[in-house]
Design a protein around this ligand. Structure first.
Ligand code: FAD
Ligand code: FES
Ligand code: FES
Length: 1251
């Protein structure tokens, strides 16, 4: 029997209880607590506390982290936990104290030491992740004032930052721990005095006595009573005893139990599921028991994973080793289970009942033979842990930290007394079927066998047979998953054998578990500026990002933090579910029934320029719903019914496009020298191919627009998170059919852009503006309209970096000198041209990377596909062009049997050489960067150590690579190389500076204030920038192509010098593809990186051991910001080349739409040793104050990690007798690494799988 909410309300004859909790010390009594609302929505919308950010709404980014404190009556202590506010139901907070970033400090009053340190140590760039990071650290310190390095890394497992590269955050939060070797950030071996990036002595000490006190009112022992909260559609009941819970479950059989809400919350938000009755058993004493018994430990179903971890750790310390093997295995799984914020609320019972095929705990419970007691009425709900004799647990996931598993496993063997004969064995796997499975047949075959090589062989053969998957099994990676089942067993076999005989030749060579780094060496270094006469001249000094303190306190205002207008409406997009189709009809009748809905907006409402046609991708915007709240708008948008007539073909991949000859025009080509002759003159010719996957920008702040109709003369004011204020203004004016002078676009700051908000932000801002206009002029309601996309919507509609495919033919000499190259590039542009031509051109401009190939020819095709239009992303095609260059370079070295670094060095350009596009290389500094990087990384010693390691280890291998980059600086669309600035000097001496660039975390405003300060000769404190707006500086270029400091800096400088409103244009640019003449770039930025990695040949995991980077940024305007850009760019490149994968269905549906499925680098991915050095004595006469662009160039240096991985795989393959070039596509994921390390286990799967 189930009840509707209305029936339930009538039955209850009540509007529900008051929800009482505290926020930042203030008591809140909420009389109408809505069960469907999260704590995050409540804080931001009802309390106006916008410091806590929304980055994903699925517990995967940590931007919404805050601290929840509770009084534990049995332990008589207060427990503080970091929690994701985006998943915490408001109703779960009765009698809790919530502390948000605003509650711990502010710029106006006093900063908290954590806020101060992160800001002053340059730990924020765009600042959108910063409040969450601050709160993770704060919550850790509240429960553990002396955390170890390990504790800190664990606390940050659930936080992501897309800008900083994590080094400064880790560095400053570890300063107090002894385990982290943070070397001073000095100008190493320079003649100039040492200078630091920040001054530690300024930092306030941490004083735990100063923290806000836990509300005494919550410390009294309150008699538990049942609570009920009644919402629009959902009834929330919090019973206080098991008996009550069972009664309620009998009354409402369809009621959903919710403890941590980390699974149910996702179902409700993303799968559109509705549970009219929710039972919350989190506080039921019987479900929180932890009881030690003779056989193990009983654990109640509501016990959280954090508490379970604490209990097991204590048991491991206390009990003899043979009794704790299972506990250790559970602890190992918990270590990599989600992030700390999730573990703090997620319950053991929730994990079991979710019954996920890739559950981390169920395979362990199953292999351990745990008992699960379920009940309707009568018995206690408990788990019983058996102690295994020899027990191991494994989890293999693309990213080690906070990632869902590809395969999980628990393995348990018991031997007959005093022997190595198997008495019982249980092997379970997750990820190999819709539920966790036992390898029963294999286990039976191993009974009564000796634990030896013969058993191993039989087990592997049997597992290859038993753990089969169909080629189209959901989740893909079929060969890899099957290989893993055997490889993991092999690890278990060796571990047990070691324990049996205490020595094993192989074990020393096997890294069984990847562990946290015990120590990080983080070493940024730069050239200090000699003290000058003018103390106000801060150019060249590492001054802090001007918004850093506000980032850390949550006071920095982003688009969605703008206070709500009283009569504001919210918008939700209605998008196509077909990749290629005609829309036959749209039925909005159900949608209009949803409470609060005002209008459905579609193409016919567009008053200005309007083109319609078939939908050409999944996610194509079809219309929008405007309603009173976001929840109502989104609910209604999902209720819009669209009928389609499907069209063919559906083109998704580059290969589909090639097969269908689906290309945009023009096809570009570039040639220098005589390629045919070059091949003739070569000793050898090789052919190769490489595919480079796309990449999601994953700016932490998704696209957002607020459109405010002004009511006069068709005026519209837009607040937008965009890199392109003028383009936004122009497109909105065009869509509305009004002149540009009626539309003002204002940008305060962005929470990251990375190219993703250069053109694609306009698809949202235009829709929101049309909606506001339509309501104002047709419905006669002048109401502002706001939309901030959810992460899944943003990923679905906006596109990302272009995937590339390249094939090449290389002619080379015996000594490795490359004589001729013919390369063809294909980019996947998606359903519109957008910026794809310029991106392809940049890829061609970089097809040589840093190598002088005398005879070179490149052709580029832009593939037209049924994906959302791909767009700009840091590097803009350059990284893809250079990546393919490094692929043929690596192939040449492998074919010649020569060290790759020698072949690269031999082919590198020299001063005065010409590029394929006939541009002379002047002030060429790569060779300087190369030599310095060789030294910085101790390359030669490192190489020897790597070789020695590889001789001693069979199943883990190390690899090393050095990679240069040469990156052309300028927009290749010449008219964009211009900027403007405006200065107001007020009578009190203060200066308001405005320029055409936008602030997205790169510190542009900070650099512009430095330039203005030096030029005006006044302190920075006198100069202010409020925002970028089209009514102050018009017709600006987007903030992109790394040139914003160059262009806007020059505009600011000349403006102040000449005292007039000024536009600056880069002189003498203009390349012509037809004649291969004219200057393509103003100048080049150079850099070199060395990376060392270790791969696990059995699982394909890798660890980044070391990276040294030397980057030429000219005479740095601000070394702290520039080092931040180098590190941040490098980490994004690391994601591109080793981790991030967008996965589509064959009909163009994007599976990876959020941090749960799409993994960007996290704290644990930074190299254990990271050295970043800015090249000294390299002024650049072509840009402001001799500086150089820095935003995009360093990204490609992460290719050093990819080629270090390839180097390690080469060594592993040699052990199986495989030599010479082999194809490795990007990213080098665990799957690709494992499949490339061919060995007896991969062969076994292949034989069985007929591959
Ligand atoms: C960001 C993120 C990362 C994650 N990472 C991992 C991971 O690494 N590994 C992994 O295995 N999982 C992971 N999960 C999944 C999830 O966190 C776990 O399954 C978690 O243990 C669920 O617990 P919960 O208390 O939050 O469950 P809830 O969402 O509250 O409930 C989940 C299910 O269990 C049922 N249930 C809960 N308690 C009981 C009970 N006492 N009796 C009967 N049914 C009950 C509920 O009705 C519901 O069906 C992740 C989730 C998120 C959001
Ligand atoms: S917004 Fe909550 S974790 Fe991302
Ligand atoms: S500073 Fe971390 S996401 Fe931008």
């Amino acid at each position: 029997m189930s009840f509707t909410v209305e029936e339930t309300k009538i039955k209850l004859q009540s509007t529900g209880d008051d929800l009482v909790f505290f926020v930042n010390g203030k008591k809140i009594t909420e009389k109408n607590a809505e069960p469907e609302i999260t704590l995050l929505t409540y804080l931001r919308r009802s309390l106006g506390l916008t410091g806590t950010k929304l980055g994903c709404a699925e517990g995967g980014c940590g931007a919404c982290t805050l601290m929840v404190s509770k009084y534990h009556p049995h332990q008589n202590r207060i427990i503080h936990h970091a929690v994701n506010a985006c998943l915490a139901p408001l109703c779960s907070l009765h009698h809790c104290a919530v502390t948000t970033v605003e509650g711990i400090g502010s710029v106006a009053s006093k900063l908290h030491p954590v806020q101060e340190r992160i800001a002053k140590a340059h730990g924020s760039q765009c600042g959108f992740c910063t409040p969450g990071i601050v709160m993770s650290m704060y919550a850790l310190l509240r429960s553990n004032p002396q955390p170890s390095m390990h504790d800190i890394q664990e606390a940050f497992q659930g936080n992501l930052c897309r800008c900083t590269g994590y080094r400064p955050i880790l560095e400053v939060t570890c300063l107090k721990t002894h385990s982290c070797e943070v070397k001073p950030t000095v100008d190493d071996n320079s003649m100039l005095p040492a200078q630091k990036l920040y001054d530690q002595s300024e930092f306030m000490p941490l004083d735990p006595t100063q923290e806000i006190i836990f509300p005494p009112e919550l410390m009294v022992r309150i008699k538990l009573r049942e609570l009920r909260f009644v919402g629009e559609r959902v009834l929330w009941i919090q019973p206080c005893s098991l008996k009550e819970l069972l009664e309620l479950k009998a009354t409402y059989p369809n009621a959903k139990l919710v403890v941590g809400n980390t699974e149910v919350g996702i179902e409700m938000k993303f799968k559109n599921l509705l549970y009219p009755v929710i039972l919350a058993p989190a506080y039921i004493p019987e479900l929180n028991i932890i009881q030690h018994t003779q056989d193990g430990i009983e654990v109640g179903a509501s016990v959280t994973l954090t508490v379970l971890g604490d209990v097991l750790r204590a048991a491991v310390k206390k009990l003899p080793t043979h009794q704790t093997e299972v506990f250790e295995a559970v602890l190992e799984q918990l270590r990599w289970f989600a992030g700390q914020q999730i573990r703090n609320v997620a319950a053991v019972g929730g994990n079991i009942m979710t019954a996920s095929p890739i559950s981390d705990l169920n395979p362990v419970f199953m292999a351990a033979g745990c008992k699960l007691t379920v009940m309707s009425k009568g018995a206690t709900f408990l788990l019983l842990f058996f102690c295994g004799q020899y027990f191991s647990a494994f989890k293999q996931s693309p990213r080690k930290e906070d990632d869902i598993a590809i395969v999980t496993s628990g393995m348990n063997v018991l031997f007959k007394e005093k022997s190595n004969i198997v008495q019982s064995i249980r092997i379970s796997y997750g990820g190999m079927a819709p539920v966790t499975v036992l390898a029963t047949a294999t286990c039976n075959r191993l009974l009564n066998r000796q634990w030896n090589e013969e058993l191993l062989e039989q087990a592997c053969t049997s597992l290859a047979e038993e753990m089969s998957l169909s080629p189209s099994a959901p989740g893909g990676m079929v060969t890899y998953r099957r290989t893993l089942t055997i490889s993991l067993f092999y690890k278990f076999f060796l571990t047990v054998q070691h324990k049996l005989v205490h020595i094993n030749r192989h074990l020393a060579t096997l890294s069984v578990h990847c562990v946290f780094a015990d120590c990080f060496t983080l070493f940024p270094c730069f050239q200090a500026v000699p003290p000058g006469d003018n103390s106000d001249d801060v150019v060249g000094h590492p001054i802090m990002h001007l918004s850093a303190l506000k980032h850390a306190t949550g006071e920095a205002i982003y688009c969605d933090d703008i206070p709500c207008y009283e009569n504001e409406l919210r918008l939700a997009l209605v998008t196509s579910t077909k990749a290629h189709a005609l829309i036959k009809s749209i039925d909005t009748s159900d949608a209009m029934e949803v409470p609060g809905v005002v209008a459905f907006i579609s193409a016919k409402d567009i008053p200005g320029s309007n083109l319609t046609g078939p939908v050409t991708c999944v996610g194509h915007i079809v219309g929008a719903i405007v309603a009173d709240t976001q929840a109502h708008a989104q609910r209604a948008a999902k209720a819009v019914k669209i009928s389609y007539e499907e069209l063919h073909p559906v083109i998704v991949t580059i290969q589909d496009a090639i097969a269908n000859k689906s290309f945009y025009q023009p096809v570009r080509s570039m040639e220098r020298g005589d390629v045919a002759q070059g091949f003739k003159d070569s000793d050898h010719i090789l052919h190769g191919k490489m595919h480079i996957g796309g990449q999601e920008q994953f700016y932490l702040e998704t696209n957002c627009t607020v459109a405010v109709p002004r009511g006069e003369d068709g005026e519209m004011e837009l607040f937008v998170s965009t890199q392109a204020a003028s383009k936004t203004q122009a497109l909105v004016a065009k869509a509305l059919g009004v002149p540009a002078n009626r539309v003002v676009c204002r940008v305060k700051r962005m929470g990251g852009g990375f190219g993703g908000k250069e053109s694609r932000s306009t698809i949202l801002s235009t829709v929101v503006a049309v909606a506001a206009y339509t309501l104002a002029f047709f419905f006669r309601t002048k109401r502002p309209v706001r939309c901030m996309l959810d992460r899944d919507e943003d990923m679905l509609v906006t596109g990302g970096r272009h995937p590339f495919f390249g094939h090449y033919k290389v002619g080379y000499m015996n000594n490795g000198r490359v004589n001729a190259l013919d390369v063809t590039l294909y980019s996947n542009a998606g359903n519109s041209m957008d910026l794809s031509l310029s991106i392809l051109e940049r890829a061609l401009f970089h097809m040589d990377n840093s190598y002088n190939i005398p005879n070179i020819h490149g052709t580029g095709y832009i593939c037209k596909t049924n994906l959302p239009s791909n767009s700009a992303f840091r590097g803009f095609g350059g990284p893809q062009g250079m990546m393919i260059a490094e692929s043929w370079m690596s192939d040449v070295a492998l074919s010649c049997g020569l060290p790759a670094e020698e072949v690269r060095r031999m082919n590198m350009y020299k001063e005065g050489d010409f590029t394929p596009f006939n541009q002379r290389l002047d002030q060429f500094t790569i060779d300087l960067c190369w030599e310095e990087c060789m030294q910085l990384s101790d390359f030669n010693m490192r190489k020897e150590a790597v070789e020695q390691y590889n001789r001693q280890h069979r199943w883990t291998k190390r690899g090393l690579a050095i990679i240069p980059t040469k990156f052309g600086i300028s927009y290749t669309a010449v008219f964009l190389n211009q900027a403007g600035a405006l200065v107001h000097v007020y009578s009190d001496g203060s200066v308001l500076l405005t320029h055409g660039g936008t602030e997205m975390g790169q510190g542009l405003h900070t650099k512009m204030v430095q330039v203005a300060s030096k030029t005006l000769g006044i302190p920075c404190s006198k100069i202010h920038i409020t925002e970028t707006s089209t009514n102050t500086v018009p017709n600006t270029s987007p903030t992109a192509a790394s040139v914003s400091s160059d262009l806007n800096g020059m505009a600011v400088y000349i403006l102040i010098e000449l005292r007039m409103i000024i536009f600056y244009r880069t002189p003498d640019l203009g390349y012509d593809f037809n004649t291969n003449s004219g200057r393509a770039f103003n100048y080049f930025s150079y850099g070199v990186a060395v990376s060392e990695v270790e791969i696990d040949c059995l699982t394909g995991s890798h660890k980044n051991l070391h990276t040294s980077i030397v980057m030429d940024v000219g005479k740095s305007l601000n070394p702290a910001l520039d080092i931040g850009q180098v590190e941040g760019g490098f980490m994004q490149g690391l994601g591109l080349f080793t981790l991030e994968e967008l996965r589509y269905s064959p009909d163009g549906y994007l599976y990876t739409r959020g941090p749960g499925m799409y993994k960007i680098p996290s704290f644990g991915d930074i190299p254990i040793e990271l050295k970043v050095s800015l090249l000294r004595d390299a002024p650049n006469e072509k840009a402001i104050f001799s500086s150089k662009a820095v935003g995009e160039p360093p990204l490609f240096l992460a290719a050093s990690v990819f080629y270090a991985i390839k180097d390690a795989i080469t060594v592993a393959r040699a052990e199986s007798g495989l030599t010479g070039p082999f194809r490795l596509d990007s990213p080098a994921t665990p799957e690709r690494i494992r499949n490339a390390c061919e060995d007896k286990f991969t062969k076994l799967v292949c034989i069985n799988f007929h591959c």
